[in-house]
Structure formats: C-alpha cells, structure tokens
Ligand binder design. Structure first.
Ligand SMILES: Nc1ncnc2c1ncn2[C@@H]1O[C@H](COP(=O)(O)OP(=O)(O)OP(=O)(O)O)[C@@H](O)[C@H]1O
Length: 318
C-alpha cells in the first residue's frame, strides 16, 4: 500500500480555550486510481492533513504509513507543492532552484539540474531556465515548483491548490502536465483544489473531507454515475405566468434563467410525475435533465446529514 492513513487526528492547542480538532479520525488508503482529488470546504482540514503526511506537523492521534514507513522516514518517496509562494526561491532561476532543492534531497548537482531541465523542457519552459523565478508568470512558477517537487523522483506527489489564481490556459496546461506525469511514471497524486472543474477533469478517485472528518470517498466516475440531481431545464414558447411560477415553486427550487427558461430542482424523483402534470398544460418546447457534475455532488455530500463516525455520508439518489 503506497499510503495508509489510520484514525488520523490533529487538535491544535489554543490559549485559554479547549483544543481545536482540525482533523479528527481520518482514515484512507491510496491503492486505486492514480490521481486522488482531496476536496473539502475552507477550513475542512485538507492542508493540516497534507502537512501531517509530509511530517511538517505531528498528529495528535493516528498513524500514517507511506510505503510502509512513517512520514519523516519516507521523505524520499514524497514530493509536494504547497499552497502559497514558498515552494521556490524567487531570486534564483529555475536551474538554480533545481540545484538547491536537489541538494537538499542529497541529489548530485549534475543529476538534479539534468532532471529539472528535462522536465522544464517537457513542459515547454526551457527558454525560462535562467531567468529569476520572480520574473515568471504564476502559471510558469507553478510548473517550476512541480519540477522541483519531482527532482528526487518521488512516488507520491502532494499538490495543494496547484491551479489557484491561474487563468484558464494555465489551468489547462497544469492539468495536462499532471496527466502526462501520471501516464509516463507510476506517480500517485493527492490533489487538493476548490476548482471542481479541475477535480472532475483529473481525479480518478475522490476523498471529501468536512469539518475534519471524511465525508465521502469513492471512484469519481461511479460517484457521478450514481449521482443524478433531479434538476431540469424547462424551455417555453412564451414566458410562464405568475400562476405557473407559483405552481412550480410548490414542487421544487426554481430559478429563472431567461424569460422563457426555468431551472427546477425537485426534492426527489417522486415529484417528476407532478411536474409533468403541470407541464402538460403549458407551451413547453424542451425539458432537459441536468447532467451530474462534481460541483453538484460536492454540495450534495456537504448538505447530507452525517451520523457520528460515518465516513460515507453520500448515498446515490434513489
Ligand atoms: N496552527 C494552527 N492553530 C490553530 N488552528 C489551526 C492552525 N492551522 C489550521 N488551523 C485550523 O484548522 C482548521 C483546518 O485548517 P486547514 O488549513 O487544514 O483547512 P483547509 O481544508 O486546508 O482549508 P482551505 O481550503 O481554506 O485552505 C481551520 O479551522 C484552521 O483555522
């Protein structure tokens, strides 16, 4: 098992207050799927978990095994790009950063530089190899940070918000790079992101955390296949009357997308026949069921009531 996390917890000591449990009783293994999307709302405990995986903070309960070793013994198996701008030395060029980070990992200077430059070339950034990092764009800096995190050829790569603040072309480039790396090497990636588009595009598996506890885990494809929100787009030839609007509002949550287009979410599939009853008397041109997407699944998981100790709060819609 590459990564095995058992009953992991971290309670921060807060002066004049009870300890705050940022992570409590989190267990998971990384054994299937090459990219695991580690998702959760702000403050859910993602960064705290990642810092524990890296040995940067000590858990107050539970164990972590990476390739059968504790985090501080397994540093050679793990690479990371953390949130923020501290992954690189900004005054140094990418080539000098490769020397520096390689040196910290005990990698001979020549080897570190060769590896770093080879990755930089693969990602189309050779021309920037000798320019100070501070002069590169955010997207380029992220690519250099990923190259540095790979300098010791880790087996597990932890990426905390790798696309934060990047524009669409840069996001797509980072996505392509991550996919390419996973396809070419036997790299496993644990990726945190608030961008559900990125998670849906990349994650083979999902791990959702909420208030320090695992709220859902499973394969992305099967979770999406099992989750089909009861949301329909209704298109009319003429704007629906206030009477129709109030009839529809009684059935579900309604929003008006345009004068002749409404979006309705039913509380459950049993309401569909009533909806069709109302619609049969109206000048309807189209009714389309909304496809499941990760953003909707994520909201659903967070809204699902959780029982104490339960870590699979999500249930497919019946
Ligand atoms: N050093 C600390 N001392 C006390 N509380 C902390 C400390 N670090 C984090 N926390 C708290 O732990 C909780 C989890 O924080 P964490 O950074 O792990 O969340 P996150 O899921 O990464 O959030 P985000 O998506 O906003 O980055 C938050 O309530 C945070 O305030």
């Amino acid at each position: 098992m590459l990564l095995s996390v058992n009953h992991l917890g971290k309670a921060y000591t807060i002066p004049h207050a009870a300890p705050f449990a940022a992570v409590s009783d989190v267990s998971f293994t990384v054994a299937a799927g090459h990219i695991v999307g580690f998702l959760g709302p702000n403050g859910a405990g993602k960064t705290t978990t990642i810092k524990m995986l890296l040995g940067l903070i000590t858990p107050t309960q539970g164990t972590i095994q990476i390739n059968g070793q504790r985090p501080l013994q397994a540093l050679c198996s793990v690479g990371a790009v953390l949130e923020g701008s501290r992954n690189l030395y900004w005054r140094l060029s990418p080539a000098e950063n490769f020397d520096y980070w390689g040196g910290l990992r005990g990698i001979p200077h020549q080897t570190a530089r060769q590896r770093g430059l080879a990755n930089l070339a693969r990602f189309g950034l050779s021309a920037k190899a000798n320019q100070p990092v501070r002069e590169l764009s955010r997207g380029m800096q992220q690519i250099v940070a990923i190259c540095c995190a790979l300098i010791h050829q880790p087996k597990l790569l932890l990426l905390d918000e790798p696309t934060l603040g990047l524009d669409l072309p840069a996001v797509e480039k980072i996505q392509t790079i991550i996919r390419q790396l996973v396809a070419e090497t036997q790299l496993w990636v644990l990726l945190t992101t608030h961008d559900m588009g990125v998670a849906q595009a990349l994650a083979d598996d999902l791990l959702m955390i909420d208030r320090g506890k695992i709220a859902f885990r499973g394969r992305t494809a099967s979770a999406l296949a099992g989750f089909s929100p009861e949301t329909y787009t209704l298109a009319f030839t003429t704007p629906p009357s206030p009477a129709v609007i109030s009839q529809l509002t009684a059935l579900g949550t309604l929003s008006q997308l345009a004068a002749t287009t409404l979006l309705i979410t039913l509380p459950n599939p049993a309401y569909l026949s009533q909806l069709l009853g109302v619609l049969s008397r109206l000048p309807l041109t189209a009714i389309t069921k909304k496809k499941a997407d990760l953003a909707a699944l994520f909201k659903h998981v967070l809204a699902s009531p959780k029982k104490e100790g339960e870590d699979h709060a999500y249930r497919p819609a019946k």
